[in-house]
Design a binder for this molecule. Structure first.
Ligand code: SF4
Length: 323
């Protein structure tokens, strides 16, 4: 049967092999302890894949994720792995509907010998930390609203004493007022526990509020990386400028940003050279053939665009991605 299907696909002019998608292309990202890094881009740009790779949920097909553990802790390897926790977009899907909240929160600490006191004491401590009444530990997930379920997820993540939280669209499914509460909780926890965050979002308004630094991804590549204030006041990359033009902010409406034309190209066959060139109003001939290199255009502000090239001598061939 597989042969027949393969022959039929060839007869139809289709490849019998499944297409290879490079969700990330030579991504190089350093996140410092205590930093909040916002990771932004359109759906399908690879930001959620990068978040999952950082969290250790999926391994990179090439390259490494290097974690510098705190030298003062005496964690086991498994406990060190738990130091990076992920908070997902859909809180209900991440909670076992058959388990009481106490069991959900204490399941991993029990398994890895991290329980602080009794199971109830452990659950109480982390429910309080997530802004919950400890009495809620006797209930089941279906008894809570979306915002409350997300707090349960946060309590569960905190219960293994993480140092780093990867938040993948963690507030996207919540009402705006609940979003603000959860974001404030993240910021309070940062103060209390010294947490580091990778905040994956398509919402630049939320990212501006929460992040120290913003990283912009386009079709698997990081195209701009800068302190938040720099990104929002002096965006360099045409893609970042186009993204910013979509935020409904009074002060931005006076600026002349370019609107993104066209759809996000397929990651199966991304455009050569600069992936953004089919949609970029500034595209030049070399943009179609050469990958732009990342350059530091201001202290801590990196951008990958040929508009920043001083000379053509630094051009990299289109098949040698620089970011
Ligand atoms: Fe536009 Fe060229 Fe810059 Fe890409 S490298 S963003 S196509 S100007």
């Amino acid at each position: 049967k597989p042969d027949l299907i393969g022959k039929a696909m060839i007869a139809l002019g289709l490849s019998p092999q499944p297409p290879v998608v490079h969700a990330m292309d030579n991504v190089d990202l350093t996140i410092h302890k205590g930093e909040v890094v916002g990771l932004v881009g359109e759906s399908g740009c690879g930001k959620s894949t990068l978040g999952r790779v950082v969290a250790g949920i999926i391994p990179p097909s090439e390259g490494d994720v290097i974690r510098h553990a705190d030298a003062n802790t005496t964690r086991s390897q498994k406990q060190a792995d738990l130091a990076i926790q992920m908070i997902f977009q859909n809180p209900m899907a991440a909670l076992n509907p058959r388990m009481r909240i106490e069991d959900i929160i204490t399941e991993a600490p029990k398994t890895h010998g991290m329980l602080e006191g009794s199971s109830a004491e452990h659950a109480d401590k982390y429910l309080r930390m997530a802004g919950f009444d400890p009495e809620m530990k006797f209930r089941f997930p279906h008894e809570f609203s979306g915002g409350q379920r997300q707090r349960v997820n946060i309590a569960r993540a905190l219960a293994v004493r993480p140092e780093f939280l990867v938040c993948d669209e963690s507030v996207a499914a919540l009402d705006v007022s609940i979003q603000a509460q959860v974001i404030n909780l993240f910021m309070d926890l940062r103060e209390q526990l010294g947490l580091t965050y990778l905040f994956v979002s398509h919402d630049l308004g939320v990212v501006e509020h929460i992040s120290d630094r913003v990283v912009i991804m386009y079709l698997g590549r990081i195209v701009e990386d800068a302190p938040t204030e720099e990104i929002f006041n002096r965006p360099n990359h045409p893609y970042t400028q186009a993204l910013l033009s979509e935020i409904p902010r009074i002060e931005l409406t006076k600026r002349k940003f370019k609107v993104i034309d066209g759809e996000l190209p397929s990651p199966i066959a991304p455009p050569p050279g600069c992936h953004f060139h089919p949609r970029c109003p500034f595209a030049m001939e070399k943009c179609r053939t050469h990958v732009p290199q990342k350059r530091e255009i201001a202290p801590g502000h990196f951008s990958a665009c040929h508009l920043n090239d001083d000379t053509n001598s630094n051009l990299a061939p289109a098949n040698e991605a620089e970011l």
